[in-house]
Design a protein. Structure first.
Length: 203
């Protein structure tokens, strides 16, 4: 189960041969506060995964929760609250680099095991001009994502490169998740058996 409403996370997993059931946690992210961006991302991921796992009341499942935050100048940035904040964010980010921290939590409801990790990727931003920033913000995309940018959407043209796993920037790190499943004794390739025969089914 994927404890996230993110279409990018779901698409990333499906492209990798994993077809989870989506159960949105609906948690209040303001419940978690930390000045450490990596720790904050992990705590939010744990909150989401455990919230969904608790609803299952012991039914067997693997529940994956994720959350991302951008670190720039030592400050933590989640989703912008409005278009004005998104513009201010981009004024600060363009031509510079930040670190995208994505927390991951895997809960095995059969025995209660919990594995939580952070994947951190350096993102190098391009230098869009004011008109480009205004046009991007007007699409609404930056308001829906941590850091006010995407790598796999309209914002991809404004990212010059990344250092680390690009999947992490999309919202879910596949190599890290594979390692986490290995910790609970599950081979990544075994997850492929639940993938539909028609890869486009359910999309």
């Amino acid at each position: 189960m994927l404890a996230s409403a993110s279409p990018a996370r779901l698409a990333t997993l499906r492209a990798a041969g994993v077809n989870p059931e989506v159960v949105v946690s609906g948690v209040d992210e303001s419940e978690v506060a930390s000045t450490d961006p990596a720790a904050l991302a992990v705590e939010l991921a744990v909150l989401k995964a455990r919230t969904v796992a608790d609803r299952l009341e012991g039914a067997p499942a693997w529940v994956v929760g994720c959350d991302s935050v951008l670190e720039l100048d030592g400050e933590v940035h989640g989703k912008p609250v409005d278009a004005t904040e998104a513009r201010v964010r981009w004024s600060a980010m363009r031509g510079r680099s930040g670190v995208l921290h994505t927390g991951h939590c895997l809960v095995d409801t059969t025995d209660g095991r919990v594995v939580a990790r952070s994947a951190d990727t350096v993102v190098h931003f391009a230098t869009p001009d004011d008109d480009e920033v205004d046009a991007y913000v007007a699409t609404g995309e930056p308001l829906a994502v941590a850091g006010a940018f995407t790598l796999d959407g309209l914002g991809g043209a404004f990212v010059r490169g990344v250092e680390g796993d690009p999947h992490t920037v999309v919202g879910i790190g596949l190599p890290l998740l594979r390692d986490m499943f290995a910790e609970i004794g599950v081979r990544w390739t075994d997850l492929w058996r639940w993938f539909p025969a028609d890869p486009t089914a359910g999309r």
